[in-house]
Design a protein around this ligand. Structure first.
Ligand code: XMP
Length: 513
């Protein structure tokens, strides 16, 4: 039996991934695709049956030259459709309605008057608080359509086709400021699309084990194991089916946190993964000598990783490389056509163009970190690893702003250990997504004892997040910050200044590079 799928045609909204999460939270599989997808590809979606299509919002006006469009025939497929914001306007425009060009944007929470509490607006109140972010407005619809809701500035804030399952909504149901947004999506996914809630960690496991088997056949594989939850989960998943043909390679590039390489060796030697550890510390730091540009650092590290794997693969005659790449890694490396690249994650965009493997297999490519953790628990990945805070592939090399040297690495390792231990011991630490130290290249003047101290600055970074896509800086108690600062300056002679990073993501990113 085919599996249910909701396709999200991404017109470049900042909220497309949030929308996808909202649907997956309901145990229904949702996938983001480019809006240019052909109707035939939607009808023939392999092992999936597309039960619903959502057209997202986006930064463009439908009147802008080159604005992304989808094939109009998608409206004729008989599959339920929900247009949100730009998607809402596009459906109205394609159906012969009138869309007014914006004079200015409307942002924020407003009240919607719900005229018909049916379809997507079932179980809604007469007045609902909704969140808007748009320019253009739908002003008129053909007689085939009926209006479901209006707001002060939008006479047609929600509509539906009288006979077909086609809906549009100007506000954003996926953001939390729309109080009954989850209800709206639930109505669409279950009542209108008739999806079944079968997308669970267990079903994911059996499907991906089969997928790995289909992709690699009898071939030998190696997996890049970093000791983080993503690569560990990918390794244990792969081991379920191809066990003996799998070799897990841990590359010690020298940029891990203090004590970590030993811990990783200890943990994974116990697994049935043909674990090997390669000490490549000198080579990596050598390649980074004189390099200060963060993107170059990431690319160099990514490339060196692959070269190391290729060498091992050649020795053991492996054709496939399995990686624990997850969805946010791919988004931030710029896989979305209508959005911008932020930075190159070393296990994605950092791959050299020519890879000597037959194929790179990424079983977790569509999952978010919290979904990976659920899968990890299901397949028995040790708790310590499941709960380990995310750590970037290029490691401390991208937490040293500017050139990486042995000396700076040593300072940062000590600083990171202090920050980590203090926050682990703090009662609020469990709620944090990540906490760490970064080292700046700017030195500053200070005084230690009676002498001038011209030393390094350590940045403390601690953030809350659910998926790493957005984050808020953590409101750490001042007493705790003071204790950490004192320890850092007392215990590390080269450090004479400590700052706390109070920037959210956006506009900053979590890491400094
Ligand atoms: P940023 O700094 O982009 O980080 O806000 C978002 C999350 O991703 C982690 N990160 C990486 N993970 N390879 C990885 O596997 C990378 O190159 C990489 N860069 C950032 C980061 O620690 C945070 O959790």
């Amino acid at each position: 039996m085919k599996k249910d799928l909701v396709l999200i045609l991404d017109f470049g909204s900042q909220y497309s991934h949030l929308l996808m999460r909202r649907i997956r939270e309901k145990n229904v599989y949702a996938k983001i695709v480019q809006p240019e997808i052909k109707p035939e590809e939607i009808v023939d979606s392999g092992e999936y049956s597309v039960k619903g299509i959502i057209l997202t919002g986006g930064p463009s006006s439908i009147y802008t030259k080159g604005a992304p469009r989808c094939d109009k025939k998608i409206l004729e497929l008989g599959i339920p459709i929900l247009g949100i914001c730009y998607g809402h306007q596009l459906i109205a425009y394609y159906s012969g309605g009138k869309v007014k060009r914006a004079k200015r944007m409307e942002y924020g929470v407003t009240e919607a008057v719900v005229e018909k509490r049916v379809g997507i607006l079932k179980n809604h109140g007469k007045i609902e608080k909704v969140w808007m972010s748009h320019g253009d407005t739908v002003l008129r619809l053909p007689t085939d359509f009926e209006i479901l809701a209006r707001t002060k500035n939008c006479p047609i804030a929600a509509f539906r086709h009288r006979r077909k399952h086609i809906y549009g909504v100007q506000w954003h149901p996926e953001v939390i400021h729309t109080l009954r947004g989850r209800r709206l999506l639930r109505n669409f996914v279950f009542d209108i699309c008739r999806c079944r809630p079968t997308w669970t960690p267990e079903s994911f496991v059996s499907r991906s084990v089969k997928e790995i088997r289909d992709e690699v056949g009898d071939g030998r594989c190696i997996i890049a194991l970093s000791g983080g939850v993503d690569s560990s989960t990918a390794a244990v998943l792969a081991a379920k089916d191809i066990g003996k043909k799998l070799t897990a390679v841990f590359v010690d590039h020298g940029f891990m946190r203090k004590g970590e390489p030993d811990e990783i060796k200890k943990t994974f030697s116990k697994f049935n993964l043909n674990f090997i550890c390669l000490d490549e510390r000198r080579r990596f730091i050598g390649k980074l000598r004189g390099v200060t540009d963060p993107e170059r650092k990431r690319k160099i590290i990514g490339e060196e990783f692959i070269r190391t794997f290729e060498k091992t693969a050649a020795k053991i005659k492996a054709d496939y490389l399995i990686q624990g790449t997850i969805y946010p890694d791919r988004i931030e490396s710029g896989i979305r056509a209508h959005s911008e690249k932020i930075k190159t994650h070393h296990n994605v965009g950092g791959l050299p163009l020519k890879i000597k493997f037959k194929k790179v297999v990424e079983p977790l490519r569509d999952l978010y970190k919290d979904e990976v953790r659920k899968v990890a628990r299901t397949i028995g990945v040790p708790r310590k690893i499941v709960e380990r805070q995310p750590f970037p592939g290029p490691g401390l090399a991208i937490r040293i702003v500017g050139e990486v040297t042995e000396k700076k690495l040593e300072i940062l390792k000590r600083a990171d250990e202090i920050v980590r231990k203090e926050l682990e011991g703090w009662s609020g630490g469990k709620k944090l997504w990540q906490y760490f130290a970064a080292l700046l290249s700017t030195k500053s003047t200070g005084v230690k004892g009676d002498s001038r101290a011209y030393g390094y600055t350590i940045v403390i970074r601690a953030v809350e997040s659910t998926d790493g896509m957005t984050a808020s800086y953590a409101k750490l108690p001042h007493a705790l910050l003071e204790r950490i600062s004192t320890k850092l300056t007392n215990e590390i002679p080269e450090v004479n200044r400590v700052v706390y990073d109070i920037t959210h993501k956006p506009p900053a990113t979590i890491e400094w590079e």
